[in-house]
Design a protein around this ligand. Sequence first.
Ligand SMILES: *Cc1c(COP(=O)(O)O)cnc(C)c1O
Length: 423
Amino acid sequence: MDQWWQRSERVMPGGVSSPVRSFRGVGGTPFLVERGQGARLFDHDGRSYIDYVMSYGPLILGHAQGQVVAAIQAQAVKGTSYGAPTTLEVEMAETLVGAYPGLEMARLVNSGTEATMSALRVARAVTGRSLVLKFIGCYHGHHDSLLVRAGSGAATLGVPDSAGVPVQMTNLTLTATYNAVGELEDLFRRRGDEIAAVIVEPVAGNMGTIGPEPEFLHALRRLTTDRGSLLIFDEVMSGFRVGWGGAAQHFGITPDLVTLAKVIGAGLPVGAYGGARAFMEQVAPLGPVYQAGTLSGNPLAMAAGLAQLGIIAQQPDFYQRLSLKVNQLAQGLVDRARHHRIPTQATTVGGMMSLFFSERVPRNFSEVEASNGARYRAYFHGMLDRGVFMPPSLFETVFLSAAHTDEEIEATLSAADEVFARL
Ligand SMILES: *Cc1c(COP(=O)(O)O)cnc(C)c1O
């Protein structure tokens, strides 16, 4: 195992394919996964972990769910990519259109990053404007224009902005504080007419889970409509996780464009963006906005995603039950921490949650940063030692799945009780 990690670090930066997996945010050496089943991961030494990372969101039914695996197997023998249209893509696009408020047409891509990059391009083409507004601590993928004060992995490494992104590019990106309506109104008063789009995680999940205050999303919708900017909901994480119709349905606010990924691919590489027909008709080959992909709408990803979404659609109370589990964990953790007199806040929105070691519920990135990071690191390692894999950074969301049993949640709470006793 250690030998594998040494080999890994020799040939891959930080030993990983994506930074947060390196445990830089919490210290120590990551385990290498051998397999996953249900709510559990198994490493190369045969240790088992109750998994609350779940591939950072996609696995809402758990690891290696039987029907999802069967759908992938059935498709694999028919070929893995064609470079020609399939009925699977039609079914996926129809599913998204049927589920998401205001979504009339969708384009399938390979990742959340691609989805947000392309949605921005559409917004700029439609409005003829250049500026975009994002919120500090929201992450929208790693393309240049949005890799600005981007929370999540970047925040874990303490790099607010990435090297290698020319200032000329980020000059086109304005930033504002999440949940700060006054600041937003002021920005729009000064520069509203130059803003092509506001992109937002309607439930922030890349500074831990931070819900929107009710007036925040309403203000975004009102200001963008008034000034002719497009409102983009980045629901790569929240889509099909806080509910079937994402945060848009949950909060009753319809954006102009939406980006999706994670849950819609069930752990295979996927993404999608879409919106009103008038906007999406700007995309090539119908319109002048170029965007393409060799593997886009990949049949394996479509088969896996359709199987996962199909299972959810058959259970009218799916999200209700998921959020009950989330609340059971959140409340259980808070109760045990309070018992040991550790100031702790749990935030939950639907299937998303986070635990912060702070006196008050954080509402934005700087309040998350002000929470007790050293205590989070100790908590993370205490839990890992007891076979529970919590997110290896306080800026990441805790993900549960339908596969997490009451027994596993109880075992998690018992482990937490021991850990809190020693903090
Ligand atoms: C994960 C995430 C992305 C990036 O998606 P990738 O598939 O990792 O490129 C974009 N936006 C949000 C809100 C995300 O959570």
